[in-house]
Design a binder for this molecule. Structure first.
Ligand code: ZN
Ligand code: ZN
Length: 400
């Protein structure tokens, strides 16, 4: 299984920022952490290199945070406040062919926001953004590049009924969840492809209890109770197929993230498991059992073969996605039991350069762990209960 997995993942995508020091005038590394508060509408911006707060933005309510692939924008999805705020990260990379320039300016809260009842899932693909509003059952799409200029031209798509759903722009079309017509309060039943004009293309693709979506390279997936719906571009349109779960214990994926640099998905599977998914392989699913229940997980966007999981015993685990095994573990926080409400404050993690950063809401701080030594290298105090976190940054060239 190991050699098979290596071969499969060897077909990698090259995503990231290259810099060629021979051309460099000056190499600059900048990483920023955007951290939301569990109880209040605040997003803290922290310089991960200096380990100091550089800005704090008041928004309308507690938020889930998402970043665009380019890293120029942060989206603060405030489900209870019925608003999605946009923040300019202040870090921009410009591709100069054999290297990338970095431009670092102050982060700022933009005036553009997307309003609607209960915004929930946020999906970006190739710079196209889709925000689903559970309270209306409608999705709004726009392009990342339109937002900083202030002309957030958007389109609206109606799924037919309020439900906990999702939408995505893919290959010039929109994918949108189809509510359960008998009981819209339960999870949706499938995915409908629509043209940008709104017109439906083909029949509903069944995906029972669809919840969780991600993309890796040019593939997108939605998770269902029966397997995944895999979406690939074909003749300038999305092509959908169902990949049933196989070789797994009972369970289903309800949260998916996509590998960066290597083409794979990582999903939750049962309270104590994660699953590595390579849709094009004969053995598409590999289950990894965790020592205790899972709290949060993320992929490493730079060292592509690693992913990380925080478990309820307060440990951070490094997973080798090639071997499908836990490599190293470190105790970081007091226990955060998964008993209690799903939305209780518990750790979240992000990868900022060479460090994994884990929020510790009840201790009011962030823990930094170096990827290579897998040792703690510091902590940063954050007022309140630091909760969701994303990291933006990298190394680029500044021509003086
Ligand atoms: Zn340049
Ligand atoms: Zn959800």
């Amino acid at each position: 299984m190991t050699s098979r997995a290596r071969g499969a993942l060897g077909v990698s995508l090259l995503i990231g920022i290259l810099s060629n020091p021979s051309i460099a005038n000056e190499k600059v590394t900048s990483w920023r952490l955007f951290v939301s508060n569990h109880e209040r509408g605040v997003v803290s911006v922290i310089d991960a290199e200096k380990r100091a707060s550089i800005a704090s933005f008041g928004i309308d309510g507690p938020a889930s945070l998402f970043r665009s692939a380019s890293g120029e924008l942060v989206f603060a999805v405030q489900g209870a406040a019925n608003r999605v705020a946009t923040i300019q990260s202040g870090i921009v990379f410009r591709d100069h062919g054999d290297h990338a320039d970095i431009e670092v300016t102050d982060p700022r809260l933009l005036s553009i926001a997307f309003d609607g009842p209960k915004p929930s899932h946020f999906v970006e693909h190739d710079g196209e953004i889709a925000i689903f509003f559970d309270g209306s059952g409608k999705a709004v799409t726009t392009s990342e590049r339109r937002i900083p200029g202030g002309s957030a031209e958007s389109r609206e798509f109606d799924s037919g009924a309020p439900h906990h759903g999702a939408a995505a722009v893919f290959a010039g079309h929109v994918l949108i969840t189809v509510p359960n017509s008998e009981k819209p309060s339960s999870l949706p039943v499938g995915i409908q492809v629509r043209r940008m004009s709104g017109e439906a293309v083909g029949a509903v693709h069944p995906c029972p209890d669809v919840h969780g979506e991600a993309s890796t390279g040019n593939i997108m997936a939605f998770a269902c109770s029966t397997g995944l719906v895999i979406i690939q571009p074909q003749n300038d349109a999305p092509s959908l197929r169902h990949l049933p779960y196989s070789g797994l214990p009972a369970g289903k994926v309800t949260t998916l993230i996509g590998g960066r640099g290597l083409q794979y998905f990582l999903g939750n599977f049962g309270p104590r498991g994660v699953v590595l998914i390579e849709p094009t392989e004969a053995t598409a699913f590999r289950h990894i059992e965790l020592p205790t229940r899972r709290v949060h997980f993320a992929v490493d966007p730079i060292q592509a073969k690693f992913a990380y999981v925080v478990t309820e015993d307060g440990k951070l685990h490094q997973i080798d996605v090639l071997n499908g095994s836990i490599v190293r573990s470190i105790l970081l926080t007091a226990p955060y039991s998964m008993d209690g409400h799903w939305s209780d404050p518990r750790p979240r993690l992000a990868v900022a350069g060479e460090n994994i950063v884990v929020t510790d809401p009840l201790a009011g701080k962030l823990h930094l762990v170096n990827r290579d030594s897998f040792q703690r290298v510091g902590e940063i105090a954050v007022p309140g209960k630091p909760f969701n976190i994303i990291a933006i940054g990298g190394t680029g060239v500044v021509h003086n």
